[in-house]
Design a protein around this ligand. Structure first.
Ligand SMILES: [Zn+2]
Length: 458
């Protein structure tokens, strides 16, 4: 029997006890699970819009009278919320009934920090919800080496017994400390144990991996069971590198935002990402607000009440490009692939565009392309390695990609041609069906650069 969720939810219906049961059902990959997940998303979406109109001046004005009759399948009819709208809305987008709890913030690339207010109620709500969701799970506490991050304000706290070892990976000493901690045994509850989880930003955990490799400090096989990364695009070869070094570890690659609770995790079955039940994802065109059900566009996210309470984000554009596909995963969930930031892409003809993720995949195995060093004062051996390839998009009559070579004088003409062919092969595979017939060719650029042109139809 598939439970039916009442069509009109009241905040009193969504207590942690009620939602813990529904979320547990929704997490099952069965027909019942799928039905509960879809119903829960729609009913919470309607409750979210109703609460936002009632509690905030911003949504009251933006959605108007019509918003009061909102039903879930009309989501695409509501206005989009850009980061500029969100910053401009100021206190009017915050619930007037919420007790201030704490702030999280993100600096962004534009130097206009975005501060998100969270209430004591939502912190307490999530704490209670997760305590219930954990009930009955018997996994023992892990010892976690986690990258200390001081640039996002306070993080939401969830219940757990894990022992955290926060280490800064923005300084030289941090890498030495991390290496020492990994080799240390700790007496925990009468048992000698070692660190078994690593968590942090994709870039820094990759740099730590490079540091340990350079210093011959291989983690003993099976010591680390989970390596959890988020924050930057992780290429296929980057994932292989992590898996090879941290032998036996599960590599957890997540998409998270400082602005909101709830993100997406990479799936073991389809290799794409699925969003959690705490947010509702959509995709709209690169230039148009039209909703896309398949293909590449801009990601739109809506936070759901009661998981987010003080600062509801409805149809928020976080500034990320994604590719969405239906029915590719055996779990039945919609699958997303992250393509990089919406600030940086190269437009081709026919509405197609090349993203930073496309280029990073294409350059991952080409060591002649310079890597961008971390600007923080980290050990030199990590700096040299870097992880992000240096390139720029050039928008002109001929769309163009300029790749920075680390040692231009040492590269032969033949090697230049073979690099172009390698880049071409990956991009064609990724953009198959999106771009027409194009030829890539090596063009002259600034000294030290290799140019890749899309020179019209072949
Ligand atoms: Zn999947």
């Amino acid at each position: 029997m598939v439970p039916t969720i009442p069509s009109l939810l009241d905040p009193r219906d969504v207590t942690p006890a009620n939602l813990a049961i529904l979320l547990a059902l929704a997490s099952q990959n069965s027909a019942t699970g799928r039905s509960v997940r879809a119903q829960l998303r729609d009913r919470l979406l309607e409750l979210t819009v109703a609460q936002a109109i009632e509690q905030t001046d911003y949504y009251n004005a933006a959605f108007g009278e019509e918003g009061r009759r909102f039903v879930a399948d009309e989501l695409a009819g509501l206005p989009l919320l850009s980061r500029g709208d969100l910053v401009g809305a100021g206190p009017s987008i915050r619930s007037r009934y919420a007790d201030f709890g704490f702030c999280s913030y993100t600096s962004g690339t534009s130097d206009h920090p975005l501060i998100i207010y969270k209430s004591r109620q939502e912190q307490r709500y999530l704490w209670n919800l997760f305590r219930l969701l954990r009930t009955g799970t018997s996994s023992r506490a892990s010892l976690v080496l986690s990258e200390a991050n001081a640039v996002h304000g306070r993080k939401l706290e969830l219940p757990g017994d894990d022992v955290q070892f926060p280490v800064s990976l923005a300084s030289k000493s941090g890498y030495r400390v991390a290496s020492e901690l990994l080799g240390t045994r700790f007496l925990v509850a009468g048992e000698l144990r070692t660190i078994s989880m690593i968590a942090g930003s994709t870039r820094r955990i990759r740099q730590l991996t490079t540091y340990l490799t350079t210093h011959d400090r291989a983690a003993p096989a099976d010591q680390v069971s989970t390596v959890s990364v988020s924050g930057q695009y992780l290429s296929r070869s980057g994932r292989t590198e992590l898996a090879e070094f941290w032998r036996g570890a599960k590599i957890v690659d997540s998409y998270t935002l400082t602005e909101m609770f709830g993100g997406a995790d990479r799936c073991d079955h389809c290799e794409g990402f699925h969003f959690s039940d705490f947010v509702v994802p959509e995709v709209v065109g690169l230039d148009s607000p039209a909703q896309l059900f398949e293909g590449r566009g801009r990601l739109v996210l809506t936070t759901l009440y009661p998981f987010t309470q003080m600062t509801p984000l409805i149809r928020y554009l976080p500034g990320d490009l994604v590719d969405v596909k239906r029915e590719v995963c055996p779990t039945g969930r919609e699958t997303y692939w992250f393509l990089g930031r919406a600030l940086r892409y190269l437009r081709l003809a026919d509405g197609a565009f090349v993203t930073t993720a496309d280029v990073e995949e294409a350059l991952a195995g080409i060591r002649e392309i310079r890597r961008i060093p971390d600007p923080a004062p980290i050990p030199d051996e990590c700096k040299l390695e870097g992880v992000l390839p240096a390139f720029r998009f050039v928008e002109s009559s001929v769309p163009d990609l300029a790749l920075e070579l680390s040692d231009p004088s040492s590269i032969s003409v033949q090697r230049r041609r073979s690099i172009i062919r390698e880049v071409d092969r990956t991009l064609r595979a990724r953009l198959f069906g999106l771009i027409g017939q194009y030829a890539l060719s090596d063009t002259l650029h600034a000294p030290g650069e290799l140019g890749v042109d899309w020179t019209g139809r072949a």
